[in-house]
Design a protein around this ligand. Sequence first.
Ligand code: URA
Length: 232
Amino acid sequence: MKLVRLLANLGYGSRKQVAWMFREGRVTDAAGEVLYADDRVGHDDIRVDGEPLDPPQGLALLLHKPAGYTCSNKDTGRLVYDLLPPRFRLRAPALSSVGRLDRDTSGLLLFTDDGQLLHRIISPKAGLPKVYEATLATPLRGDEAALFASGAMLLEAEATPLKPAVLEVLAPTRARLIITEGRYHQVRRMFAAVGNHVEALHRSRVGGLSLGDLGEGQWRRLDAADLDAVFA
Ligand code: URA
């Protein structure tokens, strides 16, 4: 791929803007030699203003989403993309979140520009476990775990029962819930269906991948071992 297109696809600017960056000599090789818009050079050998190029296509990353950020790139207000480098929002193919977390949910959120990977993670067939910790408005009644595990629970206005889910009681108003589907507002609606209300919700794991020591609002790239962990 010609360099001008590569840089435009990575969000460095429109083709016109990127063409100017070449004219200005801002794009060089690792040794500092000025590169030209129609050169073809290996990704690792390219520098913009002396800095290595952003990661190539095939990017996957993990964000520790704070509550209060929306999983959208259009909404007004705080967006999860505000927590990533601004160029990442302009990449082609687009960097999308893998499923969504509600604005008021915190925790593990994946992003990728690889459509196949995205599909493998969210596919109902994969049935990857997603682990949530919920803080509830009122103490658990005691019958929730059996109902959630039954495989017969219906959410309001839905005709297909939920797949069995595992509830672990952590405290009278704290529970861990492991689900393998991703229905709209699923966790909040499950607790609403048993007469409760989720006051705070946090996702701590998707498949075998956890947040580790990643702080709130921080992100990191996923490597092959992380992706293996997702599907482990
Ligand atoms: N279930 C919810 O209710 N909200 C989320 O953000 C994720 C799962």
